[in-house]
Design a protein around this ligand. Sequence first.
Ligand code: SF4
Ligand code: SF4
Length: 233
Amino acid sequence: MIKGEQKPLPEIQGMIAPYKRVLVLGCGTCVTVCFVGGEKEVAGLASALRLHQRLSKGDKIIEEATVKRQCEREFLAEVARQIQSVDAVLSLACAIGVQAVAECFPTVPVLPGVNTSFLGLIEEPGKWSEVCAACGDCILHLTGGICPITRCAKSLFNGPCGGSVGGKCEISPDIPCAWQLIYDRLAATGRLHLLEEVRPPREWKSFSAAGPRRIVREELRVPAEDEKIRPKG
Ligand code: SF4
Ligand code: SF4
């Protein structure tokens, strides 16, 4: 799940200051699950912004709507008219949703109401932690399902750093040492032999190649009109 946090109200008020009619646009998927940008949060933020307008004798019009997913065009089509009728959209989706709305409506300013934080898991109600950095070359089968890139403070690939105390990371007694977790999990599943293999330096090309990463699956693509008529080979 993509985890985010709503931006502080003063920052949001600063962003919307130049615009009269603003649509607070929620997203019904990841940010709803982590209580940041679903229907309820849209209603709460829109009310707070309207109240601020009333108290400060402002004349802004705050509208609200929530779509199932801002990152998919077909859901944005449901609110296309509303988006085109406002001066700005304040998106409560993750940064992917914000960019999708901006791409679909190039003449409408789209403002991020959420700080997109990480790919994480819920630990307990109200507590999430990062578990994946989307490195593009997953090695969880070698590390007992525990990601050393995100969960080890030094992203170590070949065992612990030596600073772990009582199973906790040396950076904080609140953070479990990822390599302790990896050891425990491999021991529990009878795969400790995996720790005997020294891994070569990581090829980071899949993680931080120059420019944005992209996945293309030809079998799922719908060829553009000019590709259909272009001869093969
Ligand atoms: S190894 Fe890469 S893909 Fe797998 S969990 Fe870690 S960051 Fe994510
Ligand atoms: S104590 Fe464990 S989790 Fe922390 S940096 Fe060292 S190996 Fe990584």
